[in-house]
Unconditional design. Structure first.
Lengths: 241, 636
């Protein structure tokens, strides 16, 4: 986590205004279309919100030095995760892949060699995300990497609200009084990594590090979190960040 | 295929009915599932809502209910539900609720329909009870051990052999004397290594051919040859043989392929016997035959009791070979009857001829020809009405004791309910027996009938079988006309009920409680036998065997169309399950019993057993409704 630099935070209430402001300024048609289709407002009940779980595999944690190698997404609602509408892309990073990240991702040189540059998928990717709330586990990867990658190729970046299942988990296990008490006792903090979080809800273990499988795992986790700690009527604004 | 779907398809591919699907169909399902999470206590399907997906449990546990809220099933990882609803107008008739935090895969209706159309196994699985039970019952009759048993097992004696110079008349005489049906013709010396061998005196012989009964007709008599013709002149030069280590199946194929009925069996090049087609047929149809003839060759109880391991071996072999429950049941009953009959013969040898006529009657499973390897003895004596207790009973008491003790020594333990001819009450003249049955039928109460219902399975084993027939006639005449008797029998038939099914490693009861094992006789086959007996009594059938009773019932309007088939499949499956588990017990050197442990029940067997329990449960409900306590007696 030490690699993550503090970034400018956009406060919750600003999201609608931010996106509205970006739309007329956008020069790229795909980006303009994206901002012209804003996600539901912050008072929409979560049960009515169209969502899309997103996961990326990257060559590292710093968007200035590392690149995206694969993107997986699966649209869903609180009721259903639709595998039929899943999307998955492998993309070729501008710099060659090093051996370590190959073993980490199960993505091979030959897969990458035949893959297109991220540029080729930006239009489809933005179309999939438009009008939906993006759900990720640990937003400090997806948000800056996507912003940087699009900015490098289209001259302007893309920022949008996200539900971060990791920060929902942190609220429950890291910021409560009980969590501080545990810390005071010297106990290790409860793990809020994807697999450990899923286990707390009785969700099965998946083979990690595949962007689509992790996107599915994230969508399932959010369904479980809402079913356990919130209501379908909980407003979106209480969950996004 | 898409590697990202691997998680989903690998999981589904482990569980029936998906485990039998092609990779293409599995991929299609995985790419189309919709996923949803349900918290403990959450409703998954609510009554009468429209549903469009088959539900698959990826993790967690689910309870399914009947419309009235009664528990229908408890399901775990890898189980499916909702297919009944999908097959019937897609309205929820069986609501479902998560009883643990549960992750479900929903398989859309069009994919479900495609699976039903393209995969017969899948379609059978999701359809209602009958087809699955039917398929399962039929699959049990699979290829048997004809493929592995060697032909030498059928060779019982040395072949009849003559030299080529022997006249056909002498050869025919030798065949007759040996009660054989073929003779091998040999010549001394060897012209070819094929079929040449050395005898014990070191002389070399060569088999030049075989002469069979029909050869004597076609090659000698029909040709008008002299009886003095040397055998060597008439043998066919074409000799079809088989090696002694070939399988029985290969031997049969060799016979069929070459259109011969006799097959010389060789060990290397030496003839060791001749097998006839009928030997193979006999092996196939009467696996217990050898054992039965052996029983009748024993001259005392010790000799008989030494055959007990052979009975177990014959049982294991039959189940392994894929015999159905009727074959096993009737073979074991035949064996049990042979033991009893031989003991009676031995008793008469010791005690002298009986002073008056008698019939040794068997009851319970032996009367029904449905014995298993775990069985006790149930028998009685029906004596001639000339019987005078003071003068004759000592003889019959001694006879009954001899047989009963003998049976116990042979592994047929004493009856715990004392239903044995040693009990004075069950050693009575025909007229007394008639009054017993008349009284049971005319003045029934469930309590009184509880201990006498075993007598309503009755068959003659030895002696004057007209006595038992008279009782069978009496029952068939009076029972259908006695609604109170039928109601009391029906009530007793409901005393033991099946469990709901299995859940993980437990047997699940209807109230949702768990047990570690289930007595398949007490909770399955016995209540089924009881239930079918009531219907058989109601229709005046004299059949004793449960399957034959079902056939008799099917000829009447007593049950809805197809119901007796359903009962028959369910009964067959429960019986086979019980036999299979007893076979496993024997193979693992455990005392066989009627218990089965859920962890030893394969997935497909679980589903089919649950269906069978369901058939039984429904049939019990119908029984209660069909034979009510008559209203004029209900108030008493």
């Amino acid at each position: 986590m030490t690699l993550i630099r503090p970034r400018r935070k956009i406060s919750q209430a600003d999201w609608a205004a931010y996106m509205q402001k970006r739309e007329p300024l956008a020069k790229d048609p795909a980006i303009q279309r994206f901002f012209a289709t804003p996600p539901p407002s912050l008072d929409t009940p979560i049960g009515e919100v169209p969502m899309v779980a997103l996961d990326m595999e990257t060559t590292g944690l710093d968007e200035r030095r590392h690149a995206i190698v694969s993107v997986g997404l699966v649209p869903f609602t609180l009721n259903r995760i639709k595998m039929a509408e899943r999307r998955y892309w492998v993309v070729k990073p501008p710099r060659p892949l090093d051996e370590a990240s190959i073993t980490f991702h199960h993505i091979t040189h030959s897969e990458i060699a035949h893959a297109p540059d991220l540029e080729a998928i930006i239009d489809s990717l933005l179309a999939e995300l438009a009008g939906k709330i993006v759900v990720v586990h640990f937003r400090h990867i997806e948000r800056p990497f996507l912003n940087a990658a699009i900015k490098a190729r289209r001259g302007e970046g893309v920022m949008f609200p996200m539900i971060d299942t990791m920060s929902l988990e942190a609220r429950l296990h890291r910021q409560k009084l009980w969590a501080r008490f545990r810390r005071w006792l010297g106990r290790p903090p409860v793990s809020i990594r994807l697999d450990a979080s899923r286990r707390r809800y009785g969700l099965p273990s998946y083979q990690g590090h595949h962007a689509l499988v992790d996107a599915l795992a994230t969508a399932e986790l959010l369904q479980a979190q809402i079913a356990t700690h919130y209501e379908p009527s909980t407003p979106l604004g209480a969950l996004w960040s | 295929m898409d590697v990202e779907l691997l998680e989903i398809r690998q999981h589904m591919g482990q569980f029936p009915p998906f485990d039998g699907l092609s990779d293409e169909l599995l991929d299609e399902i995985a790419s189309r599932v919709e996923v949803s999470y349900f918290k403990t206590g959450a409703d998954i399907l609510t009554l009468n809502e429209t549903m469009t997906d088959l539900c698959y449990i990826r993790s967690g546990a689910v309870e399914v209910y009947r419309r009235q809220g009664e528990l229908y099933n408890r399901l775990g990882e890898g189980d499916i539900f909702g297919h009944f609803n999908l097959l019937r107008n897609q309205k929820v008739r069986f609501p479902a609720k998560a009883i643990e935090d549960t992750l479900l895969y929903f398989i859309p209706l069009d994919v479900f329909q495609k699976l039903c159309e393209e995969d017969d196994h899948f379609a059978d699985f999701v359809e209602l009870e009958r087809p699955r039970l039917e398929t399962a019952a039929e699959q049990q009759k699979k290829a048997n051990d004809m493929m592995v048993t060697r032909i030498r097992k059928l060779v019982t004696r040395y072949p009849v052999m003559v030299e080529e110079s022997t006249t056909v008349q002498q050869a025919a005489q030798q065949v007759s004397q040996s009660q054989a049906s073929a003779v091998l013709v040999l010549k001394e010396g060897s012209t070819h290594p094929r079929y040449s061998f050395q005898d014990s005196e070191g002389r070399t012989w060569q088999v030049c051919g075989i002469l069979t009964d029909s050869d004597f007709r076609t090659r000698v008599v029909a040709e008008g040859l002299s009886p003095q013709t040397p055998a060597g002149d008439v043998v066919s030069p074409r000799l079809i043989t088989i090696q002694s280590d070939a399988s029985i199946y290969e031997a049969m194929l060799t016979m069929l392929r070459n259109n011969v009925h006799h097959l010389p069996v060789l060990y290397r090049q030496r003839p060791v016997g001749v097998v006839h087609l009928s030997d193979i047929i006999r092996y196939e149809t009467h696996s217990g035959l050898y054992l039965v003839s052996n029983i009748f060759h024993q001259s005392n109880v010790e000799g008989l009791s030494r055959l007990a391991p052979d009975v177990r071996a014959a049982f294991v072999r039959m189940v392994q070979e894929g015999a159905n429950s009727q074959m096993v049941g009737s073979a074991l009953s035949t064996i049990g009857r042979s033991f009893t009959r031989r003991l009676l013969e031995l008793a008469e040898e010791t005690l002298g001829p009986p002073p008056v006529d008698y019939c040794f009657m068997v009851n319970g499973s032996m009367a029904r020809n449905e014995q298993s390897i775990v069985t006790d003895q149930d028998n009685a004596l029906i004596l001639s009405d000339d019987f005078i207790p003071e003068a004759h009973d000592a003889y019959f008491k001694a006879l009954a004791t001899f047989v009963s003790d003998g049976l116990d020594a042979c592994g047929y333990t004493y009856c715990k309910g004392d239903v044995m001819a040693t009990n004075t009450q069950w050693r009575q003249p025909l007229s007394v027996w008639k009054s017993y049955f008349t009284d049971w039928i005319a003045n029934p109460t469930p309590e009184r009938l509880l201990h006498s219902s075993i007598f309503f399975d009755l068959d003659s084993l030895y002696g004057e079988d007209l006595f038992v027939e008279a009782l069978q006639d009496l029952i068939a005449e009076q029972a259908p006309k006695s609604p109170l008797f039928l109601a009391a029998m029906a009530r007793n038939a409901l005393n033991r009920t099946p469990p709901l099914g299995f859940f993980r490693t437990f047997v699940m009861e209807k109230d949702g409680k768990h047990n570690n094992s289930i007595n398949l006789k007490r909770r399955g086959t016995a209540p089924m036998v009881d239930l079918i007996r009531v219907h058989a009594l109601a229709c005046g059938s004299k059949a004793q065997n449960t399957f034959q009773r079902l056939e008799a019932i099917a000829d009447t309007q007593l049950l809805a169309t197809g119901m007796s088939d359903k009962l028959s499949y369910a009964f067959e499956f429960m019986c086979m399950s019980r036999l299979r588990h007893q076979m496993i017990d024997l193979q693992e050197d455990r005392l066989p019993d009627n218990n089965i442990e859920p962890e030893n029940v394969a997935d497909s067997e679980r589903h089919t057993l649950k269906d069978a329990f369901q058939v039984l449960s429904n049939a019990q409900k119908f029984l209660k409704f069909r034979y009510p306590i008559p209203s004029n007696r209900a108030g008493r």
